[in-house]
Design a protein around this ligand. Sequence first.
Ligand code: GLP
Length: 243
Amino acid sequence: MNIIVSKNKEELAEKAALTVKELVSKNPKATLGLATGSSPLELYAHLASYCREGLSFSEVKSFNLDEYIACPIVEQTYAYFMKENLFSKIDIRLENTHFPNQKDPEAYDAEIEEAGGVDLQILGIGRNGHIGFNEPGTSHDSKTHIIDLTESTRSANARFFRNDIDLVPTQAVSMGLSTIMKARKIVLIANDVTKAEPIAALLMKKKTLDVPATVLLDHPDCDVFLTEDVYEAAKKLVEASHD
Ligand code: GLP
């Protein structure tokens, strides 16, 4: 696992976006694993500007990590988020974009395999260490599955649902941890200090079901992009744990 520390969100997004640019320039038919949430937003803005400058995504395929089940606000579905923040701003073909389906979740793993696997998976991280929507306790062998969202995740996401936790869906369908681990390269972004705790768990290099992201410690090619404030806060937590 490589830890890459940037001064701020902007610098982080630029560095992470270059990883994607490099891949798509070399392999215009690359398959990207995509994440939603605030973490990758600036990175997506960079991809849009690369596209305006001539980088084509017309043959790129994408597989999103997760989607809410029974989301009462259409603008908060992840399909909507992706159209709004990326797909409408690059020349990717919508038929090449994919989301997991609650009717047959495991079919998603087969679909990804048929497409040749994910070349680069972008990840954010939840405050409780979830990746995708794999909440603490999720098996490392999990494939795409339906998951009950924890109170902590629902309250963290209430800000997108008029600050009303009752509007936040209670379930989601998410790539499993084994699905994510199959990606050939992983880029994880943590650019907000609320992520210091799970990042501290990564720095401690101890794989635990309690912090799903620690499964990434076993990945052969995983870049963790951190802003300086997240890194410093996580380091303090690691030091405190030694006291
Ligand atoms: C959400 C998503 C994750 C995302 C995470 C962090 O619930 N399911 O894929 O990485 O939580 O979100 P954010 O980047 O907004 O902090």
